[in-house]
Design a protein around this ligand. Structure first.
Ligand SMILES: Nc1ncnc2c1ncn2[C@@H]1O[C@H](COP(=O)(O)OP(=O)(O)O)[C@@H](O)[C@H]1O
Ligand SMILES: [Mg+2]
Length: 253
């Protein structure tokens, strides 16, 4: 008996604009992702990676084709149901961090819980736990401007995982970071995947970062050009520099 994939795209197309200016960003993408997987999505600029991520994250809808989440047809859901699916099961991390300026790390992380209607006490406790899990316990009162790029991305990851999502969607999460900071973010994503079973889908241009994933999907010109397993993910190799220094998620999440 075959298991229902956590996520499935069936012949998804996405056309932006109409008539003479219409542009097909996705031209029939089919993809199955199992719960617990760590997938890197690679491919040239303009190949449709972000479009696919936005559809998977319920931030946008396909023009044609099907999106199934735990076997349920997402395209058949109402706007409200889709929003609930997004809030309950999905976390999103962007290249540019997308934190609210002049708002503390703590309040940024609390935001998804505010939308979910949690009490102040619960919001505070869960946000503190999420910030601890990304190694930022003593930084909760700092605003984004007072944090480094790497720290800002950690806050964004804390905000994405504070609702305990099944899936973390990260679109070029290390695109604005130097190599060392990028590796720290990758260690963090890897631990969220391995220690906490969060399914991770990450877009990256860099082979060094994709090397952490168990599976690498390549987009070219709106289609999946290749889809292969990574037999030896970086995170699973013993003695990788930095692995021991990463924050102990197991204590906090
Ligand atoms: N909102 C939009 N409106 C019109 N065209 C878009 C929009 N978003 C993306 N595109 C176009 O769709 C194609 C795929 O874009 P995108 O998914 O962002 O690619 P990638 O993330 O791989 O760089 C590109 O040609 C891009 O210009
Ligand atoms: Mg993109």
């Amino acid at each position: 008996m075959s298991k229902t994939p956590l996520i499935e795209l069936r012949q998804v197309t996405k056309v932006y604009g109409q008539g003479a200016t219409a542009l097909a960003a996705l031209k029939g993408v089919s993809l199955q992702i199992e719960a617990g997987d760590f997938v890197a999505i690679m491919g040239p600029s303009g190949s449709g990676k972000s479009t696919a991520m936005n559809i998977l994250g319920c931030l946008d809808s396909p023009t044609k084709g099907e999106y199934l989440f735990q076997g349920a047809h997402v395209e058949a859901l109402s706007r409200d149901q889709r929003a609930r699916l997004r809030r309950r099961f999905l976390g999103f991390v962007f290249q540019g961090f997308n934190l609210l300026a002049r708002t503390s790390a703590q309040e940024n992380v609390e935001l998804p819980l505010l939308y979910r209607g949690e009490s102040a006490k619960t919001r505070h406790a869960l946000a503190a736990k999420a910030l601890a899990s990304v190694g930022l316990s003593s930084w909760e009162h700092h605003t984004p401007a007072e944090l480094s790029g790497g720290q800002q991305q950690r806050v964004a990851i804390a905000r994405a995982i504070v609702t305990e999502p099944a899936v973390l969607l990260a679109d070029e999460p290390t695109g604005n970071l130097d190599t060392q900071r990028s590796r720290e973010i990758m260690e963090l994503l890897w631990r969220l995947n391995v220690d906490h079973g969060i399914t991770v889908l990450m877009v990256t241009h860099e082979a060094d970062m994709a090397a952490y994933a168990r599976r690498i999907v390549r987009f070219v010109d709106g289609v999946v050009a290749s889809d292969s397993l990574n037999p030896n993910p970086v995170g699973l190799q013993p003695g990788v520099a930095g692995a021991a220094a990463a924050p102990a998620l197991s204590e906090a999440v």
